[in-house]
Design a binder for this molecule. Structure first.
Ligand code: NAD
Ligand code: TDX
Length: 339
């Protein structure tokens, strides 16, 4: 089996590559990644010498280069993680989100049509459903919940999902989509809440909490997401959407306090800052379909997953310190400087 994994130098894509090389050592994995600010080749250093692995630096919007790679590698399955993934950046500069997340998805699927594949899998997000009110804990996102996006990021992901389903209906392309809740774990870029808080705690910097910190996210350890995608590409039904989430809803402020305690830092570091524009209140996935059809259940409890994650950031300081000492400084200053 030849699998092209796009965006594999990023957070979830790299964890997926490690998961797949271990679980299916006979598979060949080709990672295609543009290496944007969020892609990091050093993340893949442990697999670079694996004969079953190949890295190719490539933009999914570059049609000719994508076609050439398909011709050369003749892939059976495509798993598309490549995306601009940070909501705050999408609010500042939407255009790149439209290019990569929408046009890039179309280019990949055109390549699939041209060269023929067994499965195109789109890695999507629970953010396509918009948000739920805080005072209705009985409500959850199911696969039937209407698309109702808030940010340029989530709108671009929802547009891609619509295109994927259109390619299924119009061209019969064998597609599937997973819509997952917030992931956490090793190799997450430190612009996202959990690694940002860990890094700031370790550097005794203030911990920026948007608004009142009451927004709720449904956190899933990254390996559980990888396992879900592995199940879907092998056993999931073509043309279907699968929600992925572990019923682990937490308020942002509680996450930040847990991190302070785990790292032995004072909660006095917490600073309430201006809210994100259009900030979604609550995400909560109903994972009944993937459980009933594919037997998926999350395996990592939050207490264990967050401990493993914190330990990873403690053991791999060089990985994130290199990131936050470079161009990221300018980003941090523009995003948080006078917030
Ligand atoms: P990330 O930002 O860490 O990684 C994205 C990767 O895509 C990077 O390696 C980057 O270099 C690459 N990339 C960006 N533009 C590209 C292009 N034009 N061509 C080729 N490569 C390109 O993102 P992540 O958090 O790992 O998210 C991966 C996917 O999962 C995204 O599609 C995201 O929407 C989705 N998702 C993420 C979460 C989450 O909590 N992080 C939850 C649900 C879904
Ligand atoms: O400094 C911060 N302070 C803060 O309060 C940051 C970076 C975030 N937040 C809040 C905003 C959100 O309510 O924490 C919550 C989580 O924020 P992010 O880590 O930016 O994630 P989110 O916006 O929820 O989106 C994530 O999950 C869904 C991923 O980045 C998306 O790619 C994925 O689709």
């Amino acid at each position: 089996m030849n699998i092209i994994v796009t965006g594999g130098a990023g957070f979830i894509g790299s964890n997926f590559i490690f998961y797949m090389l271990k679980k299916h050592p006979q598979y060949r994995i080709i990672c295609l990644d543009k290496l944007t600010y969020a892609g990091n080749l050093s993340t893949l250093s442990s697999v670079m010498d694996n004969p079953q692995f190949r890295f190719v630096k490539l933009d999914i919007c570059d049609r000719n280069a994508v076609y050439d790679l398909f011709e050369e590698e003749n892939p059976d399955i495509i798993v598309n993680f490549a995306a601009e993934s940070h909501v705050d950046r999408s609010i500042e500069e939407p255009e790149i989100f439209l290019n990569t997340n929408i046009i890039g998805t179309a280019v990949l699927m055109d390549a699939c049509r041209k060269y023929g594949i067994q499965r195109y899998h789109q890695v999507s997000t629970d953010e396509v459903y918009g948000d739920l009110p805080l005072d209705r804990p009985d409500l959850f996102f199911t696969e039937e919940t209407p698309i109702h996006t808030s940010s340029p990021y989530s709108s671009s992901k929802a547009s891609a999902d619509l295109l994927v389903l259109a390619y299924y209906r119009t061209y019969g392309l064998p597609v599937s989509i997973s819509r997952c809740s917030n992931n956490y774990g090793p190799y997450q870029f430190p612009e996202k809440l959990i690694p940002l808080i860990i890094a700031n705690c370790l550097n005794d910097k203030s911990l920026p909490v948007y608004g009142e910190g009451l927004n709720v996210r449904d956190w899933l350890y990254v390996d559980d997401h990888c396992k879900a995608i592995d199940l879907i590409i092998h056993k999931g039904r073509i043309g279907e959407v699968y929600n992925v989430g572990g019923h682990n809803e937490m308020k942002n402020i509680d996450i930040v306090k847990i991190m302070c305690e785990a790292l032995g830092k004072s909660e006095n570091l917490i600073t309430y800052v201006a809210d994100r524009k259009g900030h979604d209140m609550r995400y909560a996935i109903d994972p009944t379909k993937i459980h009933d059809e594919l037997g998926w259940l999350p395996e990592t409890k939050f207490e264990d997953g967050i401990q493993k994650t914190i330990q990873w950031y403690l053991d791999n300081r060089q990985w994130w310190e290199t990131i936050i000492s470079g161009e990221y400084q300018n980003y941090y200053e523009s995003m948080y400087g006078d917030r």
